[in-house]
Design a protein around this ligand. Structure first.
Ligand SMILES: [Zn+2]
Length: 546
């Protein structure tokens, strides 16, 4: 296997991709190098920018330097010792409609110039294609993949199977299912460039997730033409491992200055808000006044520094278990990215499945967008699907959460537990004690020290969606069949009038015997004693029933 996963966070992973020129750590950005025009020489990309992998175009090489490339290999031609991926001319198909080369010729040529990674001759769908046209591009690409597979199966090159379908999710699904059954070493998703340029990040999320759900998860996944650093955190969180992009150079040609949170026109800048070597040795005015070739080179260098640094930031976040935090920060940089973040709730079960169960550090909760965090989904499953109270338990006591964590060892909880044990005696063992609070909603006493229930920090006050979610979870939990009696201790400062509504709804359930008692502060000993006696009466009455 050429791809090994070393670490995970959400669906993002740190991987090792083994190629014949060496191993690269993913996620990785592959800057696209045009063999005819290189604002930054590939050799410098490796030495100055730590770009250990790049992408170039075998179709252009075949047109312009066929003999030199075969003689020296693509590494010799570009004077670059890192890992090289070659595209096939699919991009030219997208721009010009067709190319004057057959798939067999371009596969043979790529084998002859000896890259580490190569792409079959796909037919990219592009943006705005009708369903019929898009289906046709998928069929051509799938047919070519079938034709190519025998030829490339035992190649030392890692061959890429490109999923197509444009913005048509049913076609992406079909394409991914077909390709996923073929032994490609790497899978890719085509056509995201225009989707990103139009800021349709919600659609991009749907496209990536549709492809990923239908492909083998143990292979590297490449997002074609995805080069703006402000979406790396989002794409990696969904399981993208490789990005190729000419954006650093194309943006530079256009006078555009990339930042991890967006793009500025050079003319708009009076300062250079970046710590890269270019920006620390020039002023904005210097750059504006330069000859265009010099400006192009320096802007391309800055853009590449920013892009490489963002990839490192994403990797570090995965290693620390902080990818969600980085994702939220990045998605605040544009409303379209924020919408995409909110739309992730639709995929919360997918995101939870890939996430490691323990990252050793606390969870930050900002607002209801954080409800999609895998830790919240995992806890929801634990409580609503997997939790079983101990044998003999028939009464649920819902207490407002104490002020300190872990809840079970807070002074308030200890006082309540002591009072309940004293008053209830052996009936205490019939009691399931749970704390309620946003955002994890229900925290059973015995689980309150487990990760992440005592290791989270939240921004206050809670927003309405978070409170609604919490109330819904409490209702679902309190309605479980194993509780014949539910005692809900009201603390209106936690959920406001939602508890009143919850109380009314729980009362409508025939099996539930619900008592709501206002306890206010858990530290009030009078209220605690009153609660213990309410429970005593309730449990005693039910144990005496015939
Ligand atoms: Zn810079």
């Amino acid at each position: 296997m050429s791809f090994e996963i070393k670490d995970r966070d959400i669906l993002g992973r740190i991987g090792k991709l083994k190629t014949r020129s060496g191993t690269v750590e993913t996620p990785s950005l592959l800057p696209v190098v045009n063999p005819l025009e290189q604002p930054i020489p590939p050799r410098e990309m490796l030495s100055r920018f730590k770009c250990k992998i790049l992408m170039t175009n075998s179709y252009i090489i075949k047109k312009h330097f066929p003999e030199e490339a075969i003689k020296q290999g693509v590494h010799g031609l570009l004077n670059y010792e890192g890992v090289i991926a070659t595209d096939s001319g699919g991009y030219q198909v997208l721009i010009y409609g067709d190319v004057d080369v057959s798939q067999e010729e371009i596969i043979d040529f790529q084998e002859a110039i000896r890259p580490d990674i190569a792409v079959i001759l796909d037919h990219p769908t592009g943006w705005g294609a009708s369903h019929e046209k898009a289906a046709w591009t998928v069929d051509i690409t799938n047919r070519r993949a079938e034709e190519a597979i025998n030829k490339i199966q035992n190649s030392p090159i890692l061959w890429v199977g490109p999923v197509q379908g444009g913005e048509h999710l049913d076609l992406i699904e079909h394409s991914a299912q077909k390709l996923g059954n073929m032994p490609f070493q790497i899978y890719a998703l085509g056509s995201p460039t225009q989707v990103m340029e139009r800021y349709l990040f919600k659609l991009l999320v749907d496209m990536i997730m549709t492809a990923k759900r239908n492909l083998p998860l143990n292979r590297a996944f490449h997002l074609f033409g995805a080069g703006h650093p402000f979406m790396f955190a989002l794409a990696v969180s969904l399981g993208c491992d490789l990005f190729d992009s000419a954006a650093y150079a194309l943006y530079a040609r256009d006078g555009r200055y990339m930042l991890p949170y967006g793009t500025k026109k050079l003319e708009e800048l009076s300062c250079l808000p970046c710590s890269c070597p270019v920006c620390r040795s020039h002023d904005a005015e210097d750059l504006k006044d330069m000859y265009s070739q010099d400006r192009l080179r320096l802007l391309a260098e800055h853009n590449l520094y920013v892009s490489m640094a963002e990839i490192d930031r994403v990797k570090q976040a995965i290693k620390e278990g902080m990818l969600w935090e980085l994702l939220e920060v990045r998605c605040r940089s544009h409303p379209a990215l924020s919408s995409a973040l909110r739309a992730l709730i639709q995929y919360k079960n997918d995101l939870e499945k890939g996430n490691p169960s323990f990252k050793g550090r606390g969870v930050f909760y900002y607002d209801s967008a954080s409800l999609t965090r895998p830790e919240i989904t995992r806890h929801e499953k634990r409580i609503l699907q997997n939790y079983r109270p101990q044998l003999g338990v028939d009464t649920l006591l819902l207490l407002p959460a104490p002020k300190t964590k872990p809840f079970s060892s807070s002074p308030e909880a200890e006082e309540v537990i002591t009072a309940l044990k004293n008053v209830l005696g052996s009936d205490y063992s019939r009691l399931a004690i749970c704390f309620y609070c946003p955002p994890f909603s229900i925290v059973p006493l015995e689980l309150s020290e487990t990760y992440p229930l005592s290791q989270y920090e939240a921004a206050l006050p809670w927003d309405n969606e978070t409170l609604d979610y919490t109330a819904t979870q409490i209702e679902a939990f309190a309605s479980k069949e194993w509780f014949s009696k539910v005692v809900l201790c009201d603390d209106p400062t936690v959920l406001g009038n939602r508890l009143q509504i919850l109380h009314e709804r729980l009362h409508q359930k025939p099996s539930a015997r619900l008592i709501t008692t206002s306890i206010g502060e858990l530290s009030d000993s009078k209220a605690i004693n009153k609660l213990a006696h309410i429970l005593e009466e309730l449990m005693h009455a039910s144990s005496n029933r015939p």
